[in-house]
Write a protein that binds this ligand. Structure first.
Ligand code: FAD
Ligand code: SIN
Length: 539
């Protein structure tokens, strides 16, 4: 089956939905998403969106905070334009129907780690859910956008897919759409587009403990890499310092987040002796950037052999806690923890990928016709460590820029004249060996957690690299013989991402931001981005 459209968007988080709305004013849009349309990292975002709103704040202060957190690797021009575009993007979200929390009819602003001012615009502690709701409601009123749920993008269509393989090595390479598996109908659809936008979010599921929901399996980075696009800085995985620790089963494969805004509100971290330990690590204590707080907690846990530290907010007014954090209060209450009277057990968990598909100011990737926005992209604004609440901001800013770019340039773009072959799964069989997938997935997540986590070393990375190579070989063999299904596709993409994270980490012979290795504990004088590109034929 073949469908043609002007613009194919892959992913229905803030980046995909926002760009779909804006682009629909001048082009036809198909948006595919692998589960239900509201299932995304965005839907779980708590703290909010950073923007300069208050009179005592300034662009310079937000720019400076972002660059300090980014530990010497931010692209300063991109940071400047990100911050300057921030207030306009908040207005756009409000115009599209988002209800942010107000105080005396003004936006209420929270504070988070690394921010010198209160500048986090939020909807209580359910900011992402409110944004997703507003954008989905808006889309339901726009006939020019076709949303296809339960449609899993498998691979981008490029020269590699043409029957005439002479085209495969042509440069620059083009993207002409994607092969998409309709998981309900078990059928692969070929979607041909003038332009394709990857908005597939993060890759936290590569790790055993993560705040990211089950969809975050790094499909966009893996697809883009297989297609030959440049990817970069993938060693910079952000571990959020405070995810809820509890001994019960982890539901839906992810850990519940205890927002950084709880520390911004006055929460104090205690070790098992009841000692507030953060001042030993940084003068900014609980509000130091995330890499520092996560490493401090990791150090306390390893030193003491503990499973968790405590986050104490009991000294604050109970009613205010419930008003600001209704979601966190209710979740903990359900586990018999009353956060107004008891400290919360917390541990770090993989949270965000600062690296991704390399893009320019307009979110253009190194493949013609392919754009990337949101967490899947590497824009340069986060450097070696993202400042809290700059991610939703980045997603909207770059989504808006793609639209501005396409508004001027889409008219000059034609559909490909090449004949794109149908998906070919001849010779493959339906498998009843799904245990191979679930087992390999567990193995991958455990080894990434143990060897490629908060603290790394050459030896650990080397062990991890060899094991991931074995998994890659086994799963590729299985993939070639088997009729595809979602968990196989996800595992394949997770393995590719794991391998890219390890390779990038091995390339970085220093400790910087989120990448800390015991073999190179210092900074290099002239840091560089770690860029990887697949120059081989795609299988
Ligand atoms: P997502 O929102 O993750 O959306 C990706 C979409 O792509 C999903 O719909 C997914 O199903 C779809 N998709 C993926 N692969 C495929 C495929 N192969 N085929 C089809 N569809 C696919 N950031 C902040 O700035 N502030 C916060 O307060 C904040 N809190 C957070 C709290 C939590 C618990 C988490 C997990 C993250 C938080 N973040 C926060 C980070 C932020 O939420 C994400 O970085 C951001 O929402 C990413 O948006 P996105 O549109 O790029 O991707
Ligand atoms: C949080 O609420 O702590 C998450 C904020 C973020 O990831 O930016």
């Amino acid at each position: 089956m073949e469908i043609k459209t002007d613009v194919l968007i892959i992913g229905s988080g803030i980046a995909g939905l926002f760009s779909a709305i804006k682009i629909s004013s001048f082009a036809d849009v198909i948006l595919v998403t692998k589960k239900e349309k509201n299932e995304s990292n965005t839907n779980y975002a708590q703290g909010g969106i950073a923007a300069v709103i208050s009179g005592d704040d300034s662009f310079d202060k937000h720019i400076n905070d972002t660059i300090v957190a980014g530990a010497g690797l931010c692209n300063e021009e991109e940071v400047k334009s990100l911050v300057e575009d921030g207030p306009g993007c908040i207005n756009d979200l409000i115009e599209l129907g988002t209800h942010f929390t107000l105080e005396e009819e003004k936006l209420h602003l929270l504070k988070e780690g690394g921010h010198s001012k209160n500048r986090i615009v939020h909807a209580h502690d359910l900011t992402g859910k409110e944004i997703e709701r507003a954008l989905i409601d808006k889309i339901s009123t726009i006939p020019g956008i076709r949303i296809m749920e339960n449609c899993f993008a498998i691979d981008l269509i490029t020269e590699h897919n043409l029957k005439n393989q002479k085209n495969a090595e042509s440069t620059p390479r083009h993207c002409w759409g994607a092969y998409v598996q309709n998981s309900k109908l078990n059928r692969v659809i070929k979607i041909i587009s003038k332009v394709t936008i990857l908005a597939t979010g993060g890759l936290g599921q590569v790790y055993l403990h993560t705040t990211n929901p089950a969809i975050a399996t790094g499909d966009g980075v893996a697809m883009a890499y297989r297609a030959g696009a440049k990817v970069g800085n993938l060693e910079f995985i952000q571990f959020h310092p405070t995810s809820l620790y509890h001994s019960g089963p982890v539901t839906d494969r992810h850990s519940f987040l205890i927002s950084e805004a709880v520390r911004g509100f006055g929460g104090i971290l205690l070790n098992s002796s009841g000692e507030a330990f953060m001042q030993k690590y940084d003068t900014r204590k609980e509000l130091a950037p995330r890499d520092i707080v996560a490493r401090a907690i990791d150090n306390e846990l390893k030193k003491r052999g503990d499973d968790f530290v405590l986050l104490d907010i009991t000294h604050k007014n109970g009613e205010e806690i419930k008003t600001h954090f209704p979601n966190i209060y209710a979740k903990c209450r359900g586990l018999n923890i009353d956060i107004t009277a008891q400290p919360i057990p917390v541990v770090p968990a993989a949270h965000y990928s600062c690296g991704g598909i390399v893009v320019d100011h307009f979110a253009k990737t190194s493949l013609k016709g392919l754009f990337a926005i949101g967490e899947v992209a590497m824009t340069g604004v986060h450097g070696a460590n993202r400042l809290a609440s700059n991610s939703l901001l980045e997603a909207v800013v770059y989504a808006k820029r793609v639209c501005e770019y396409l508004k001027l340039n889409l008219v000059k773009t034609e559909q490909t004249k090449h004949i794109i072959p149908d998906w070919d799964d001849s010779g493959t069989l339906t498998s009843d060996e799904k245990v191979l997938i679930s087992h390999s997935q567990k193995e991958l997540k455990q080894l990434m957690w143990d060897y490629v986590g908060i603290v790394r070393s050459d030896l650990r990375l080397n062990f991890a690299g060899r094991r991931v190579n074995n998994l890659y070989t086994e799963v590729e063999e299985f993939y070639k013989k088997t009729k595809i299904f979602d968990s196989l596709l996800e595992l394949r993409d997770m393995i590719t991402c794991a391998s890219l994270i390890i390779k990038s980490a091995e390339m970085r012979k220093e400790s910087r931001g989120l990448h800390f290795t015991t073999d190179y504990p210092d900074y290099l004088r002239s840091p560089k981005d770690t860029i990887l590109q697949n120059t081989f034929h795609r299988s």
